[in-house]
Ligand binder design. Structure first.
Ligand SMILES: Nc1ncnc2c1ncn2[C@@H]1O[C@H](COP(=O)(O)OP(=O)(O)O)[C@@H](O)[C@H]1O
Ligand SMILES: [Mg+2]
Length: 327
C-alpha cells in the first residue's frame, strides 16, 4: 500500500519566555527556555486509513497536526504528505488536504455561510459541477439548509462546526485532519458528524487523522491509534490489538434494588474498584486473573440485591489512561 503521510524524526521546540523570580530582573533580561512539544516522532499512514491521534492535554497533538498540515514549521525532521513537504509546497498541499479545528472557525465571520463556500470555490478553483454536487450532498447529510444564509457569527457551536466541516471537504481533499472536531457538541451533532466522516472514509477513501477527547469518535471512526505523551509516541497499534492485549480487566455494570448511594457504600468496603455510577447502575472493574465471572457474581449477590448485570471489556479510554499513567 501507498504511504500518503510520512513523518520522520519530527521535532517542534517552542521557545518560551522564562519566568523570573525577580520581577525587575525579568523586565530587563529576557531569557528563553526551550520546550520540546513534539520530540522526535516517526510514523507512516496509508492511503484510506483513519488514524486516531490521542494523548493527554498538552501532549503535542495539535502541534503535530499543524506541522502535518503546513501551518507550522518543524524545528527538525521531515514530513511528506502525498509525496511533498507541506510548507515548501503550500499551495499544492492545500489542494490535497482539508483541516478542521473544532475550537476555531476558519470561515469568514460576517458573511453568510454560502458566500464563504463560494469564496472557497474561487480559491480552490472548484469546477461548478463538483462544487454543486458536493454542496448538495453535504447540505443533506449535515442538515445545513437553514443556515446557508446566516452569517457564521450567528451560528450555534454545532452549526459552526458543521459548516466548517463542509468547507474542509468542498474541494475533495484526499487527506483531512480533524483536531477535536466534536468538542463541546451535543450528541445529535456528534452523531451526524461521525456518520459524515465515516461515509467519506468508506466511499471516497479519504485519509483521516483525528484527535479527540471523545473516544467514541475514535472508536467509531478509526481502526488504528497513535498515542502521544510529552511529545513522544508511546503506542502505535490497531485498536483491536490494544483491546486484546489489555483485556485483563473487565467492567461489570450492575443494577440493584435500593438506594444507589447505600449500595456504593457497601461496595466500597469490598476490594472492587467502582469506576462509574449512573442513575440506577454501578460499574465496577475486576481482574479476570483473580476472579471468574460466576464467582464474582456470587460474591456480589451476598452483599447486594442484584436485578441486572452486564459484563463488558474495559473502554479504550480507560485502557489508554492506564498506559499513560503507568508509563
Ligand atoms: N505557540 C506556542 N508557544 C509555546 N508553547 C506552546 C505553543 N503552542 C503549544 N505550546 C505548548 O506545547 C505543548 C503541546 O501543545 P499542543 O500541541 O497544543 O498539545 P495538545 O494538542 O496535545 O493538547 C503544550 O505544553 C503547550 O502549552
Ligand atoms: Mg490540541
Amino acid at each position: 500500500m501507498e504511504n500518503i503521510i510520512e513523518v520522520k524524526n519530527l521535532k517542534k521546540i517552542y521557545k518560551r519566555r522564562k519566568r523570573h523570580d525577580n520581577f525587575l530582573k525579568g523586565m530587563f533580561e529576557r531569557q528563553y527556555e526551550e520546550f520540546k512539544a513534539v520530540n522526535d516522532i516517526s510514523f507512516t499512514i496509508e492511503k484510506g486509513e483513519a488514524v486516531g491521534y490521542v494523548g493527554p492535554n498538552g501532549s503535542g497533538k495539535s502541534t503535530t497536526i499543524k506541522m502535518l498540515s503546513g501551518i507550522l514549521q518543524p524545528t527538525s525532521g521531515a514530513v511528506y504528505v502525498n509525496g511533498i513537504a507541506p510548507l515548501e509546497h503550500r499551495l499544492e498541499n492545500n489542494k490535497n488536504i482539508g483541516v478542521v479545528f473544532g475550537n476555531k472557525s476558519q470561515l469568514w465571520w460576517d458573511v453568510p455561510v454560502k458566500d464563504s463556500f463560494l469564496m472557497l470555490k474561487k480559491l480552490y478553483n472548484i469546477p461548478d459541477v463538483q462544487f454543486n454536487n458536493n454542496l448538495e450532498e453535504f447540505v443533506n447529510v449535515l442538515n445545513l439548509k437553514e443556515l446557508l444564509n446566516v452569517p457564521e457569527r450567528q451560528l450555534s457551536l454545532g452549526q459552526r462546526v458543521r459548516s466548517n466541516i463542509t468547507a474542509a471537504f468542498l474541494h475533495d481533499p484526499s487527506i483531512v485532519y480533524l483536531d477535536e472536531p466534536t468538542i463541546g457538541l451535543d450528541t445529535e451533532s456528534k452523531d451526524s458528524i461521525r456518520a459524515f466522516i465515516k461515509r467519506l472514509n468508506d466511499i471516497k477513501k479519504v485519509t483521516f487523522v483525528i484527535t479527540s477527547h471523545d473516544y467514541q469518535d475514535i472508536e467509531t471512526l478509526c481502526k488504528r491509534i497513535i498515542l502521544i505523551n510529552h511529545g513522544k509516541i508511546i503506542l502505535d497499534s490497531p485498536i483491536e490489538n490494544v483491546r486484546e492485549e489489555f483485556n485483563r480487566y473487565k467492567t461489570i455494570s450492575i443494577k440493584c434494588e435500593g438506594n444507589n448511594e447505600v449500595n456504593c457504600a457497601i461496595l466500597e468496603e469490598t476490594n472492587f474498584k467502582i469506576v462509574g455510577v449512573e442513575a440506577d447502575h454501578i460499574q465496577i472493574e475486576y481482574d479476570t486473573e483473580s476472579y471468574d465471572p460466576v464467582e464474582l457474581l456470587w460474591l456480589l449477590r451476598k452483599k447486594l440485591s442484584i436485578k441486572d448485570v452486564v459484563i463488558s471489556d474495559r473502554s479504550i479510554e480507560a485502557i489508554i489512561k492506564d498506559i499513560v499513567h503507568n508509563q
